[in-house]
Design a protein around this ligand. Structure first.
Ligand code: NAP
Length: 318
């Protein structure tokens, strides 16, 4: 099959022939329609985090996808060949014509989304859901502060928290204020102009930190006692959580077909919506990575984008 691969750490992306994958009993073979670019792909390929994020070389990047089920394993009852699905996995492999995944991590593609839109959803939306509800325990009537609210994960967090009946405050660039208000933020604090801990009058129940660094350190000052700090980019100091009498931990996305199915229903009823910035053909994956890397700045512990919001998608039409 055709695929984009990383042959060595730090090497170029190579578009060529790769062996087609084989399925086990609990897996399905998906003919990929689209995949999306995540910063995680670049980090893994660089080898800089190989101790905690190892890959087997040659490696096919791509942690999220949409496509059509081509074949099912002997233990799979939930899917049949021809079903349109979308999903995420922890190992990559979606920059290719075919991907093998556990049947349990996919959900039916929302019928109102294109394959490009569907491929942009699973990583960001599931990270947002798990961050604010599973780890942040956000409830109706509470207040959440979302750092990086206009980013891919942040925009889903804003929409999901607002839909759940929480008051949503986001930090972002001032250019994104109208966008964030339109998707449910009641207040936007421009991180370039104001220190959020100085302008917030009341403390919040949950902070969802998609930035890290100094932003995370200052977040302890705005949390109510008993509140939750959920970080997506770096571990949380347990000394600080004890000192401020809050809970805090770094989350790691755990892909789940059931969870993604709930998100699919919200997409289908129009409660939340995806945001695709650019679509490239798979062959141009290297250019897509250059675009993403060019937009990144080490503002916190994680890499963060500087320009317009929305995900970069790769169309796999071979
Ligand atoms: N732990 C996990 O399982 C997991 C899963 C998914 C993602 N992540 C991580 O989560 C982070 C966010 O991902 P993403 O895909 O949402 O990133 P993204 O799309 O690049 O968005 C980052 C956003 O942060 C904004 N920003 C930059 N500096 C800021 C600051 N100091 N305060 C507030 N906002 C700031 C950027 O705005 P401007 O463009 O205007 O600067 C941009 O809108 C990344 O580090 C990613 O690797 C972790």
């Amino acid at each position: 099959m055709k695929a984009v691969r990383v042959l060595e750490y730090g090497g170029q992306l190579v578009f060529d022939e790769a062996p087609a994958p084989m399925i086990a009993g609990d897996e399905i073979l998906v003919k990929i329609k689209s995949t999306a670019v995540n910063y995680l792909d670049l980090v893994k390929a660089s080898g800089k985090a190989r101790q905690i994020l190892p890959i087997d070389l040659p490696w096919i990047p791509g942690h999220e996808f949409s496509g059509i089920v081509e074949q099912i394993g002997s233990d799979v009852a939930a899917w049949a060949p021809g079903d349109a699905v979308f999903g995420a996995n922890e190992t990559g492999g979606a920059y290719a014509e075919y991907l093998v995944v556990k049947a349990a991590v996919v959900a039916g593609k929302p019928s109102n989304l294109s394959f490009e839109e569907a491929a942009s959803v699973p990583v960001a939306a599931q990270t947002a859901w798990q961050g604010i509800f599973t780890h942040g325990h956000l409830e109706k009537g509470q207040t959440i502060l979302i750092h990086g609210g206009a980013g891919a994960v942040g925009a889903y967090a804003v929409q999901l928290a607002s839909h759940a009946g929480a008051t949503v405050i986001a930090t972002a660039s001032c250019d994104d204020e109208a966008y964030l208000n339109s998707i449910g933020a009641s207040r936007v604090i421009d991180y370039r102009e104001a220190q959020f801990e100085k302008v917030l009058r009341e403390k919040v129940d949950v902070v969802f930190d998609l930035i890290g660094g100094d932003t995370q350190k200052r977040s302890f000052l705005v949390l109510k006692e008993g509140g939750h700090l959920v970080a997506a980019t770096q571990p949380v100091s347990q000394e600080e959580t004890a000192r401020h009498r809050v809970s805090g931990a770094m989350m790691r996305l755990a892909p789940s077909g059931d969870g993604l199915g709930r998100i699919a229903r919200l997409l289908e009823e129009g409660t939340i919506r995806p945001d695709v910035a650019t679509v490239y053909p798979l062959q141009d994956a290297a250019q897509a990575w250059k675009d993403l890397a060019g937009n990144l700045s080490p503002s916190g512990a994680g890499a963060v984008r500087r320009r317009s919001h929305g995900k970069i998608v790769l169309r796999v039409a071979l």
